[in-house]
Design a protein around this ligand. Sequence first.
Ligand SMILES: NC(=O)c1ccc[n+]([C@@H]2O[C@H](COP(=O)([O-])OP(=O)(O)OC[C@H]3O[C@@H](n4cnc5c(N)ncnc54)[C@H](O)[C@@H]3O)[C@@H](O)[C@H]2O)c1
Length: 436
Amino acid sequence: MKIAVIGTGYVGLSTGVVLSEIGHNVVCIDVDEQKIERLQNGISPIYEPGLEPLLTKNIKNGQLVFTSSHKIGLTDSEVIILAVGTPQQNDGSADLSYLIQAAKDLTPHLKNESIVMIKSTVPVGTNDFIKKLIAEHLPHNTSFSMVSNPEFLRQGSAIKDTLHPDRIIIGSTVQKAAVKIEEMYKPLNAPIIHTSIESAEMIKYASNAFLATKISFINEIANLCEVIGANVEDVARGMGLDKRIGEAFLQAGIGYGGSCFPKDTKALLHSANLHGQAFSQLHETIAVNNTQPLLLVKKATQRFTNLKGKKFALLGLSFKPETDDMREAPSIKIANVLVESGSRVIAYDPIATDNAKKVLKDSIEYATSINEAIKDADALFLVTEWNEFKQLDLSTVTELMKQPIIFDGRNCFKEDHIHACESIEYYPVGKKSIIK
Ligand SMILES: NC(=O)c1ccc[n+]([C@@H]2O[C@H](COP(=O)([O-])OP(=O)(O)OC[C@H]3O[C@@H](n4cnc5c(N)ncnc54)[C@H](O)[C@@H]3O)[C@@H](O)[C@H]2O)c1
């Protein structure tokens, strides 16, 4: 099948690479010419495990092409996938301007009987709106169908998730189009759910809002565990084995970040409010997540009384491991508050430092190794659960730090390891602190 993907970010690039891998002829289009040039040379603009080998392989065998020209990219395309960003606006709603522009750009090149499929996360009604927009500008007797096909991949495992999705949602009112998309995905052998366009759009928001709520819920339980002396990990294990609950997304910590949960929860809340629904539960999910990143700073303030002049090591900058994405990363809030309190922050991340510099600029210092970051530090803040940090040799912490104090926002260390290191003071989330 000849497929065009518009927008080569996390979603568009992963989709394009995987569709080419399963035998389709794919052209990826992006307005960012520098990005396209790098991709043409097989260089991925993002860090995603497993992406580059598939990228280079499919460019080499001619299945995958990159261009910034819609004319070249869309000629003969049977399916056009829209995967541009839909970021958050100030009022919480989704910014559809990239999608609108992409729709306008594709219209003059649309082939008769093609399918325009929106993969970007969009509020209910957007597919319908884009359909009308394209139809208004469509030349002569060209017909097309809309399909809503929301994406569920997770950054850090985008290729694996795209190759092995839990389900594929195909929202369409045109059976022929729905069947064609089912055919396109057939080699993935994944469960397929056919729905209306509106339900498909809602499935994406409802899924993300539910997962975000699960995180905020366990974080609230963790905060309660701390004051009443329970252990959130035991609680989560005990809850998670109940099949009705499930163990995923029950890891207490310092909150969710990234390009999806924060913006999608706000967009759904905005949409609900617009339709006269308060959705107070989602409001609380967001409110809990707004304060949760500051938990470590609160603990540090209780421990030190005054943070001014202290030197703190920040381990982890990206919003989660295996990605260099800094969008809405809890590290940003933590770093900013520590700096505002007059402390010196030295951060280390295995791959997100360059992106972090664009956000945090020179308000903090950047180390090139864990040891450099923790040397002579008054305390260590563990912010992102990279494997490198989980495997940290705690005797090095004791040797290098001024005071071996760990504020662990991701519960990376086992209690017996901490107990084995005599002098370490340890403050995890939702569990008893270890103070000798
Ligand atoms: N990142 C995720 O984990 C994830 C997961 C599921 C769904 N989504 C959704 O998928 C969509 C894309 O997310 P992303 O993270 O891949 O975004 P991204 O910001 O990484 O990439 C968007 C790309 O679109 C390009 N673009 C913008 N306007 C364009 C235009 N008019 N024509 C061609 N290209 C254009 C940009 O240059 C950029 O390369 C969003 O709606 C997001 O909510 C993201």
